[in-house]
Write a protein that binds this ligand. Structure first.
Ligand code: SF4
Ligand code: SF4
Ligand code: SF4
Ligand code: FES
Length: 627
């Protein structure tokens, strides 16, 4: 097999908006260096660099609130103001590009006074107590109030709630009493995700962040991705907490409480316990989960492997139908369906293209049905006494497990989907010291997953996992990349394209001899939109398989992961995943012995058979503007 790899010039990595601010200047030929003196420290930076960016280079911290690494500039909070020599007014350092020698004071008495006043004004309208707030100890406003010793409510303080909480969504809670109008959520939803259900309405003191027509979040076209939660500096946006349901099940001796853990949280949960990003905690997490009180800890990598078997077979069947049977109705490219934010996005924005979506359920939902069917039967457990929890990097998973299609086991397949942040709360509440725990393994039989399942965590991972299996199935040989690293589909580029030329096939797949398999990988729904627009314009007729993940970076950048999440942290999490993957016993889904067992014992007619369609596949809804 040979491959080609080419990046798409229209794609956007999540940090592209920020880097564009500098690269545009560089492209325009203004790439000369300018000298800045920041608190008398000299630094040379490319012309057009902002004061904030230059200050970072010399380790001077300027406070920010509306600024976020992933987002375009807003310049609305003014907390980053500095004194610029020659300028009468204080300037917002995040949006002040330098084109000539510039002298800046970042903490003069005037600057400190201004920041003090700005913080006092924000706190004046801020209703809520830190001790009862989910962002207590991880809130940018609280942190700045502490740093600037803002303790006196100089301009007063609201004493009662003015805006009722919006708890209508399965995934998110909006508490606008805690909103500081930084508009990070608006820019996330409009610019980064291109969904656009949040907007700033009214002016001046009447400004509010609202949904379309101020409807409850559940009644607008929100895809539940939680990317806005991840970027909100305060407790104004949070996930819908479901800890009480899980504690109640754990405390009930009649319930058999199992948890499946998705690949991404293990590479990120350490950040909740002051472990530096990029350190995987897989086996310590297993121990922590047992100490919290779960009966069994299983690995979602197992059903990621099952997804590869089902979705990979679906792809090969569609290819056969198109190439051999010349069926004009077969829908290619096949598009992945394991990201529930993406599924809701396509249901709303491209309902006419739903036939392209794989019918395979996501690994979370396959797990839910397997636990309450095969596992329950095998171990003589009444499915009604099983409480099935998932640990996910994702807020949209809460919505997914509540979908009416997800009851194929006879009851709700996954009872509760917890985010990484929520499980960290449970671990803390149990007095468990995650960083210092001994390691332990997953439980049998659903604790065996391959490396292919593990790399689902990163953008390109599903594609790479699918290719490891499909290539071997079709040619009888191992994917010919060094150490199985399929680099063309890895990395942060927003849209990646690759071509595989299939040669020397086995007899059964002879019709694929010499075929050029074109694949595309996209992450973040802004990039999904670009891919779907290409599909609608007929530009992807020669494309066969597309992987799309709703969140920037894939699941490891999911809306339920520890806050903060930014480009450097996503990169560190991805490195941890790929590193762990190379040390696993099985690295291809079809080699997983429990996958072989489940097809031998239960889905005896193989992937995409009648029973697997009943339990492991699903259908979608053409929503358009309907909810
Ligand atoms: S949002 Fe921040 S400042 Fe406000 S109550 Fe929560 S922790 Fe405190
Ligand atoms: S909800 Fe959060 S992110 Fe959005 S404007 Fe308010 S404080 Fe900022
Ligand atoms: S969850 Fe996603 S789609 Fe919904 S408001 Fe937030 S960013 Fe927008
Ligand atoms: S961080 Fe600069 S204006 Fe908000």
């Amino acid at each position: 097999m040979t491959y080609k790899h080419f990046a798409d010039s229209t794609s956007r990595a999540p940090e592209a908006q920020r880097s564009q601010r500098v690269t545009d200047v560089e492209k325009s030929g203004l790439g000369n260096l300018v000298t800045a003196y920041i608190d008398n420290i000299e630094v040379k930076v490319p012309m057009g660099t902002t004061i904030l960016e230059a200050a970072k280079k010399v380790n001077i911290k300027i406070p920010t609130l509306c600024y976020h690494d992933d987002l375009c500039l807003a310049g609305v909070c003014r907390v980053c103001v500095v004194e610029v020599e020659g300028q009468k007014n204080l300037q917002a350092s995040c949006s002040y590009p330098m084109f000539h020698t510039t002298k800046v004071k970042t903490y003069s008495p005037r600057v400190r006074r201004a920041r003090h006043n700005i913080l006092n004004l924000l706190l004046k309208n801020h209703y809520g107590e830190c001790y009862s707030c989910e962002r207590n100890n991880n809130c940018e406003l609280q942190e700045l109030a502490k740093e600037y010793n803002v303790i006196d409510y100089k301009f007063g303080h609201v004493q009662e709630s003015r805006i009722p909480k919006d708890e209508s969504s399965f995934s998110l809670v909006r508490d606008m009493d805690k909103c500081i109008l930084c508009k990070r959520c608006v820019r996330t939803c409009i610019d980064l995700q291109e969904v656009g259900v949040l907007e700033a309405v009214n002016r001046g003191s009447k400004t509010q962040i609202q949904t379309y027509l101020n409807k409850p979040l559940a009644d607008v076209i929100c895809i539940n991705c939680g990317q806005c939660v991840d970027r909100c500096p305060t407790g104004a946006l949070t996930e819908k907490k479901e800890l009480d349901k899980v504690w109640a099940a754990i405390d009930n001796p009649d319930m058999h409480v199992v948890i499946q853990t998705a690949p991404s949280p293990r590479a990120a949960i350490g950040e909740e316990f002051e472990i530096e990003a990029g350190h995987s905690c897989t086996k310590k997490l297993n121990t922590a989960i047992k100490r919290v009180g779960f009966d069994k800890v299983f690995d979602t990598n197992f059903t990621a492997d099952l997804t590869i078997m089902e979705e990979g077979t679906e792809l090969l069947l569609r290819l056969k139908s198109a190439l051999v049977d010349k069926n004009p109705d077969v829908k290619l490219p096949l598009i992945t369906s394991c990201s529930p934010g993406w599924v809701k996005f396509i249901e709303h924005f491209y309902p006419e293209k739903l036939d392209h979506l794989s019918t395979a359920k996501s690994p979370q939902q396959m797990f839910g049905t397997i636990v309450k069917t095969w596992y329950a039967e095998k171990h003589g457990i009444d499915p009604k006494s099983i409480f099935s929890v998932s640990l996910m990097p994702c807020t949209a998973k809460k919505y997914e497990c509540a979908r009416p299609e997800m009851y194929d086991s006879g009851s709700k397949d996954v009872d509760v989907a917890l985010t990484t942040r929520e499980l960290a709360c449970m671990i803390r509440e149990s007095g468990v010291d995650l960083p210092n725990l001994p390691e332990s393994n997953f439980d049998d039989p659903l604790g065996v997953g391959s490396g292919a399942g593990l790399i689902f965590a990163a953008t390109g991972g599903v594609m790479e996992a699918a290719m490891r299996t499909a290539y071997e199935l079709v040619t009888g040989r191992e994917l010919p990349f060094e150490n199985l690293r399929m680099m063309p589909v890895r990395g942060e580029e927003g849209i990646k394209k690759a071509q595989l030329i299939i040669e020397n096939t086995v007899e059964q797949w002879k019709f694929l001899e010499g075929a050029k398999l074109n694949v595309i990988v996209g992450h973040g729904t802004a990039n999904a939109k670009r891919i779907m627009d290409m599909l609608c314009r007929g530009e992807l007729d020669d494309c066969h398989f597309i992987e799309i993940m709703a969140c920037p970076g894939g699941c490891l950048g999911g809306g339920g992961q520890p806050i903060p999440t930014n480009a450097a942290i996503r990169r560190a999490r991805a490195a941890a995943i790929y590193n762990e993957e190379e040390h696993l016993e099985y690295r291809k889904s079809h080699e997983n012995p429990i996958i072989k067992a489940i097809y031998d014992e239960y889905f005896t007619e193989g992937p995409c058979s009648h029973l697997s369609h009943k339990l492991l596949h699903t259908s979608y809804t053409k929503r358009g503007k309907k909810i």
